[in-house]
Design a protein around this ligand. Structure first.
Ligand SMILES: Cc1cc2nc3c(=O)[nH]c(=O)nc-3n(C[C@H](O)[C@H](O)[C@H](O)COP(=O)(O)OP(=O)(O)OC[C@H]3O[C@@H](n4cnc5c(N)ncnc54)[C@H](O)[C@@H]3O)c2cc1C
Length: 416
């Protein structure tokens, strides 16, 4: 196993780390204060000027679209050379994503945030030249934002073959009907691209019934019914919305890779996306442990630093062990993905269970040692906890991924 980054990957990680420490961390609290003010002014769904400035700096520093993996990076460089994209392997990208995970705004600063990254990869991997020109280029430039519309309120969406919203082919058009929710990013005023998954042929094979269709946000019949709070937070300026689509008509050429291929595309899209989430959560857990240790040695109760009370030293040690274990598991999955090994599917599910659970526990401990302060916005801990908790559901709940891990394990014992 080769789990170390290449020299180029390591250099980029070092530059990303320095950028985060010098350009981003000093203004992170101010950014959230400005977001709170934007909420009061009713402008919270627009990118803040401070974010635009940070994005400009990241781009000028050559730290833009670093998520695009090697095999896409080459194609991308040939097609869109000017917009960045480093052509990194998953092993190379892991330390960079970990660093960006330390801050909840860093992924946006580097144009490496979900769901835009996954949507960009879909277009790069499966999109036609026309679809790439119209949608991918502005997405990689951060001129537009995007959303991925798969989950539906009416059906158990853990099972992607359950989706009931329809994408019916009529001549040279596709007619779309249905309601989606938890469409991340749909609140942003620049969200112009919706990638919609709908039922095209109910009689086809279970995995060939659905299509993935590009729907412009401005198409007649698209309505964002409401924005959904995640335990009270609206995640502005991107947010998560419920979207109703009524008799929306788009050209047949908006179907990605042809009718019936949505399941295959969804699997391809979510693989790297899940790994990126896990990489970032390692960074978030690291930051939580740092904050916990700083608090533990600097605050005194009952005549002792908090670190020396009760079982806190053991909890700190357990957190360190858990983070290091999780990081190695993530690198293992990244290495398998880079190697093109089929068992990468199981490995991605392993980390999708292990890492959010680990991060949630580490952040929970960091919150406990911060006492009441942890529930305020003076520390980024409650937002971090929420992030870890949400990812135990998003991109497939824990149980579904445990099912995949078990399937791989049991396959070894199944007779012919
Ligand atoms: C913050 C956030 C952002 C999201 N962003 C997006 C997005 O951008 N686009 C999008 O399309 N969706 C998005 N989602 C939706 C997310 O992917 C779904 O919530 C998830 O796939 C589960 O689907 P469901 O909510 O319908 O749960 P259900 O399918 O109803 O499942 C509910 C529960 O049933 C149990 N269960 C299900 N299957 C099994 C099984 N095989 N074995 C054992 N137990 C099982 C699990 O406990 C599971 O949590 C987001 C969700 C959140 C919370």
């Amino acid at each position: 196993m080769l789990l170390s980054p290449s020299q180029r990957g390591a250099d980029l990680a070092q530059r990303v780390g320095k950028f985060i420490e010098t350009n981003l961390m000093p203004v992170e609290a101010t950014y959230f204060a400005e977001l709170a003010a934007a909420r009061v002014a009713g402008t919270q769904w627009k990118t803040l000027p401070r974010m635009l400035e940070l994005q400009k700096q990241a781009r000028a520093a050559g730290l833009w679209n670093l998520f695009l993996p090697a095999h896409h990076g080459d194609a991308y460089a040939a097609k869109f050379g000017t917009h960045g994209g480093a052509g990194l392997s998953n092993v190379d990208y892991a330390p960079i994503a970990e660093l960006t995970g330390r801050s909840l705004i860093a992924p946006h600063v580097f144009n490496c945030n979900a769901p835009d990254t996954g949507n960009a990869e879909v277009l790069l991997r499966y999109g036609s030249a026309e679809q790439q020109r119209t949608w991918l280029e502005p997405l990689l430039e951060a001129k537009i934002r995007s959303a991925f519309l798969m989950t539906e309120p009416a059906v158990a969406s853990s099972d992607a073959t359950n989706m009931q919203a329809t994408a019916v082919v009529e001549g040279d058009e596709v007619v779309i009907n249905g309601t989606k929710w938890w469409s991340t990013g749909v609140g942003h005023v620049d969200c112009e691209l919706l990638i919609f998954m709908g039922l095209t042929d109910a009689n086809a094979n279970r995995h060939a019934r659905h299509s993935m269709v590009i729907v412009p946000r401005s198409a007649p019949g698209v309505e964002v019914v409401r924005m959904l709070p995640t335990m009270g937070w609206y995640d502005e300026p991107h947010g998560h919305g419920e979207v109703k689509l009524t008799d929306v008509r788009v050209p047949l050429s908006n179907v990605i890779a042809g009718p019936g291929r949505a399941f295959e595309i969804a699997q391809g899209r979510l693989g790297p996306g899940r790994v990126h989430h896990c990489m970032r959560l390692i960074g978030l857990a690291e930051r939580a442990l740092e904050l916990a240790c700083q608090r533990a040695v600097s605050r005194t109760a009952f005549g002792k630093p908090l670190a020396n009370l009760g079982g806190n030293r053991e909890k700190i040690a357990d957190a360190r062990i858990a983070i290091n274990q999780a990081r190695l598991l993530v690198l293992h999955a990244a290495w398998l993905l880079d190697s093109g090994d089929l068992s990468a599917v199981g490995a991605v599910s392993e980390i999708k269970v292990a890492v959010p659970n680990m991060a949630q526990q580490v952040i929970d401990f960091a919150m406990q040692i911060h006492g009441g302060a942890s529930m305020s916005e003076d520390f980024p801990l409650s937002a971090a906890w929420l992030q870890a908790r949400a990812i135990r559901l998003a991109d497939g709940p824990d149980e579904v991924h445990r099912g995949i891990v078990a399937r791989f394990e049991l396959a070894k014992y199944r007779s012919e």
